[in-house]
Design a protein around this ligand. Structure first.
Ligand SMILES: C[S@@+](CC[C@H](N)C(=O)[O-])C[C@H]1O[C@@H](n2cnc3c(N)ncnc32)[C@H](O)[C@@H]1O
Length: 241
């Protein structure tokens, strides 16, 4: 699959104003991606986030959306019942697969987070780490509706992402009329990409999931936020009940 789908995540402009999809940017960044997880000042918060994600996903049949290089897959795999981890980039999936993370439980597949794979009975949990920040604000309800189609009654949805930390996060280069913010990101090959990256407030996130959620928990560390909710029955398709 090579951009054969419309992700709804928008297109990122090169500094030269050439447009490329988000998935192209992450494909080009694949080999250097995990450097983001090596920042010394973030280690404690990352470890805490890992503990939370593992805890929420214990014994679940997890659908992991936009799994990237499998950094979080490796953290949740031991305690989950199974993980179907999808990403739209072959380049990141190659790196993820090479880690050989508990292959009896984990399957990596090329796929679109906006059209997630369906299994009989639905997945009992969904994780999207560091992905919703790349979605235009007005498309977030449609994204949630799309992922709910793959989930079982009472499934847990876990979303995690960055908080904006002045002096540590990549600066915001501009904000558009709809309130979406952008960053200029530089890769080792010298290219610069303009990437949509939003930093929603906890109240915005809670309001976003409220229509679908039976119980919502929102937590923040200095660098990250994570939100989890139990999917309300009325939010899932009849076929999954
Ligand atoms: C910020 S990375 C997050 C990767 C991983 N979840 C993590 O936290 O390390 C965003 C990922 O979204 C993937 N992506 C972009 N559009 C996608 C889509 N429509 N469906 C699935 N994955 C997509 C990119 O290829 C990239 O791996």
């Amino acid at each position: 699959m090579k951009h054969g789908f419309q992700s709804g995540v928008g297109f990122w402009r090169l500094a030269s104003m050439q447009s490329v999809p988000l998935v192209d940017y992450y494909s080009r960044r694949a080999a250097e991606y995990e450097r983001i997880y090596e920042k010394p000042e973030r280690q404690e918060a990352l470890a805490e986030l890992g503990v939370r994600l593992r805890g929420w996903l214990v014994d679940q049949r997890v659908l992991e959306l936009a799994c990237g290089t499998g950094y979080w897959t490796a953290i949740i795999a031991d305690s989950a019942q199974s993980v179907m981890a999808i990403d739209a980039s072959d380049a990141v999936l190659r790196i993820a697969r090479a880690k050989a993370i508990t292959p009896d439980k984990v399957e990596f597949a090329l796929g679109d987070a906006w059209n997630p794979p369906k299994v009989e009975g639905g997945f009992t949990a969904c994780l999207a780490a560091f992905f919703v920040s790349h979605i235009e604000k007005h498309r977030l309800p449609a994204f949630l509706a799309a992922i709910h189609t793959a989930l079982a009654s009472g499934a847990r949805v876990v979303l995690a992402d960055n908080r904006f930390v002045p002096g540590n996060s990549t600066p915001i280069s501009r904000t558009d009329a709809a309130g979406n913010s952008y960053q200029l990101r530089h890769l080792d090959d010298g290219r610069t990409f303009e990437v949509l990256k939003n930093f929603p407030k906890p109240a915005e996130l809670s309001a976003l999931v409220q229509p679908y959620a039976d119980s919502i928990s929102m937590e923040e560390s200095e660098y990250f936020w994570c939100l989890n909710y139990k999917l309300r029955d009325s939010a899932i398709p009849q076929s999954n009940k």
